[in-house]
Design a protein around this ligand. Structure first.
Ligand SMILES: Cc1ncc(CN)c(N)n1
Length: 217
């Protein structure tokens, strides 16, 4: 069984929790409170800035030029494609600035940057994989389950359920599987741990937006 299948199974309970989270169910039926989505988009703009830097760090540390080039392209995609989606929501929702990161986003982005800069490269790749894979699965799930009719969040759904994003996700999975194929069982277990940890952060990020999380003091 490829590493990615084992990793997905290890994170499956977290993924099920994500699908049942009210942020996702309400995004799917279009009833999600505008302020929650506004909060999410602003936090996600900050997230994408850090995520693309993490991808660029992995590109710099990769052991071969093909992998470097691919992670440079991933970093570019996070900035160009996803930030363009956010820019259109910034205009539509009259968001002036992204503001400061809330606790969950702060924790998540610092985790990714630390893995990308300091951890073994396989761990770093595994840590960024849920950012691709969970979004694709959630996008597809919503796309398949949603009722016909207009949804104010349709462009978000279409981006992550789309073919273009799907191709990126397949490439990210393949890079992780190639890395895991050369790794010891212990290194593979560490990669799985990073994948599960980042999946947990994905749940926390949506939960943070749903609660419009603030710093406690
Ligand atoms: C928090 C988060 N995780 C993942 C993605 C998809 N790259 C995103 N836009 N935001």
């Amino acid at each position: 069984m490829p590493w990615s299948e084992q990793a997905w199974q290890a994170a499956a309970p977290i993924y099920q929790n994500i699908l049942q989270h009210p942020f996702i169910t309400e995004l799917m039926n279009g009833s999600l409170d505008k302020d929650c989505f506004r909060f999410y988009i602003a936090q996600d703009a900050l997230y994408l800035g850090a995520f693309s830097r993490a991808l660029a760090l992995i590109a710099a540390r990769a052991g071969d030029t093909d992998t470097s080039l691919q992670f440079i392209r991933f970093a570019e995609g996070a900035i160009v494609v996803e930030q363009a989606l956010h820019a259109s929501f910034f205009r539509e929702l009259a968001i002036e600035t992204a503001g400061a990161p809330a606790p969950a986003g702060h924790h998540y982005t610092n985790y990714l940057l630390a893995q990308a800069a300091l951890a073994p490269i396989g761990n770093a790749m595994a840590a960024v994989l849920p950012c691709f894979w969970i979004y694709k699965q959630v996008g597809d799930y919503i796309y398949q389950q949603q009722q016909k009719g207009s949804n104010p969040y349709q462009s978000w759904i279409d981006t992550y359920a789309g073919e273009e994003f799907g191709l990126l996700v397949q490439k990210a999975i393949a890079h992780c599987d190639a890395m895991a194929a050369q790794a010891t069982a212990e290194q593979q277990a560490q990669m799985t741990g990073c994948f599960v940890q980042a999946s947990r952060f994905e749940w926390m990020f949506w939960d943070s937006a749903y609660r419009q999380e603030q710093w406690p003091v």
